[in-house]
Ligand binder design. Structure first.
Ligand code: P6P
Length: 324
């Protein structure tokens, strides 16, 4: 019988702090609850857009706010989380004095997919909290390589969590018969090569030359310099596209572009890119901003954005090479 998430965590080395293992279980419970709310949203009518915008200036969906509020409930974290930072809020939110960890999350990534029943997900990142003093915003501005755990839960045909604590990437799904998260993939490994790319092609005219060159060569297929045909996928939900790459390989690109709105990229470093980059690297993939390793970037602002090129090693290396 498949081990449960709890059994998996219990079997980890004693060097993994017990409070971190317990926090992962709390996170899994929060994702289970958010997933149920997502699954019921067509019935409860909570898929609509609100009149308000989030700190990013994006129209918020009712579920963005509902899921965010669920994550702010202090009792969920049993005193283990000192403060949280959410993509939906402009600054940190204290949870419990003396908590050992900081939690960074995007409560519903890809929420524009809700009303069309597309994959959406919750992305989370866990950092050590400062000891003996109040948490400040600066405590969240850590390079992604300092994350102690990270992952996401994809709410799709299955409710599946991808999780890393720094020693491999593992997949768990909710077994509704057992009412438990159970291990479905042990030591996920991304194929080093691929013939599948994920990018929003409608932005082609805005891309910088290296990205245009790479994608044009993929589109040219066997008649072009690559000599093979490529396939394209774009779900407009990072969690969905990343889950496919962790399942069968691929390269995901959301580059900076030449528009004022795109000069720093679209995706958020702390809430989306750092946790995803850790999961990808721990599965043997590569994650850069086109030039440098995403996990090495030293953040200067909570809502900082970055370009993203990640996935199968060989293709990421090619895009990075084209950037010079
Ligand atoms: P576009 C969702 O809004 C998101 O933040 C990611 O999940 C997704 O990969 C990207 O933006 C989609 O962006 O410009 O294609 O709508």
């Amino acid at each position: 019988m498949r081990p449960t998430l709890s059994q998996f965590l219990d079997a980890l080395p004693a060097t993994v702090p017990s409070n971190l293992k317990a926090l992962v279980l709390d996170m899994a419970a929060a994702c289970r609850d958010i997933g149920q709310t997502v699954n019921n949203s067509a019935i409860t009518g909570k898929q609509g857009a609100l009149a308000q915008e989030n700190v990013q200036g994006e129209v918020q969906k009712e579920l963005d706010v509902i899921a965010n509020d669920m994550m702010l409930e202090p009792e969920r974290w049993h005193g283990r989380v000192a403060a949280v930072a959410s993509e939906e809020m402009d600054t940190l939110h204290p949870i419990a004095d003396g908590g050992e960890y900081l939690l960074v999350f995007d409560p519903i990534d890809g929420s524009s997919n809700l009303d069309v029943n597309g994959v959406v997900g919750t992305i989370f990142s866990i950092l050590d909290a400062p000891k003996g003093r109040a948490v400040t915003e600066a405590d969240f501005l850590k390079p992604g390589k300092e994350q102690v755990a990270a992952g996401y839960t994809a709410y799709g045909p299955q409710t599946t969590m991808m999780l890393t604590l720094g020693a491999g990437t593992f997949a768990f799904s909710i077994d509704h018969d057992r009412g438990e998260w159970v291990l479905i993939r042990d030591q996920v490994a991304i194929p080093e090569s691929t013939r599948e790319f994920a990018i929003n092609m409608s932005n082609h005219r805005h891309w910088e030359a290296p990205v245009r060159r790479y994608i044009d060569e993929c589109v040219a297929g066997k008649d072009g310099p690559r000599g093979v045909d490529f396939n394209m996928r774009w779900l407009a939900s990072m969690v969905g596209d990343i889950h496919r790459i962790l399942t069968r390989g691929g390269v995901f690109i959301y580059p900076v572009d030449q528009r004022a709105s795109g000069k720093n990229g679209k995706l958020r470093l702390l809430y989306e890119c750092n946790p995803i980059a850790m999961v990808i690297e721990q599965a043997g993939g590569t994650a850069t901003d086109g030039h440098q390793r995403i996990l090495d970037i030293a953040p200067t602002a909570l809502h900082q954005r970055t370009g993203v090129v990640l996935g199968s090693k060989e293709e990421v290396a090619r895009v990075t090479q084209y950037h010079g």
